[in-house]
Write a protein of this length. Structure first.
Length: 160
């Protein structure tokens, strides 16, 4: 038994919505990096009084004895853990080169998508102009013209 097209579209939209990255209101330094030492839950960040950042257990498994920690305290403790780690220069340079390469590749891909989108917008506007000429020449009726123009304007809006 297959799904109807409408059902498949609804399911695809839900899938896309579920897999979008979360938009964060604040960029906390250690967001998503820490786990609670007591119960393994994620550690979450909170902004207090619009300027103080505190980290705490998310209490995903119930009440937890982990106290709130200021961002400075977390930073100091992370610094102690990381201070003795040594990365050889060659490895560090390889990492930097890889990041730069990935960044350049991502930028090239972004530019390619922008160019393709601009090309699609230009083609769409060309169709709209031609459709207007056809309307003026009496080749198409007003109802068809209005319907297609509304569809194309919506496509144009989404592309922009």
């Amino acid at each position: 038994m297959g799904w109807s097209a409408a059902t498949a579209i609804r399911m695809a939209k839900r899938y896309v919505e579920r897999n979008k990255p979360k938009r964060r209101k604040h960029a906390f330094a250690f967001a998503g990096l820490l786990r609670c030492a007591h119960d393994g839950c994620t550690v979450t960040a909170e902004l207090q009084k619009s300027k103080y950042v505190y980290y705490r257990c998310s209490h995903g498994r119930g009440k937890c004895p982990l106290p709130y920690m200021s961002e400075q305290e977390v930073s100091d403790r992370m610094g102690e853990v990381l201070k003795d780690i040594y990365v050889p220069e060659m490895i560090a340079q390889t990492i930097v080169d890889s990041l730069q390469s990935d960044s350049a590749r991502a930028e090239a891909e972004r530019q390619k998508r922008i160019a393709a989108t601009q090309q699609r917008i230009a083609a769409l506007r060309g169709r709209m102009d031609q459709m207007y000429e056809d309307k003026l020449d009496g080749k198409i009726d007003d109802e068809f013209w209005t319907r297609k123009m509304n569809e194309w304007r919506e496509q144009e809006r989404r592309l922009e």
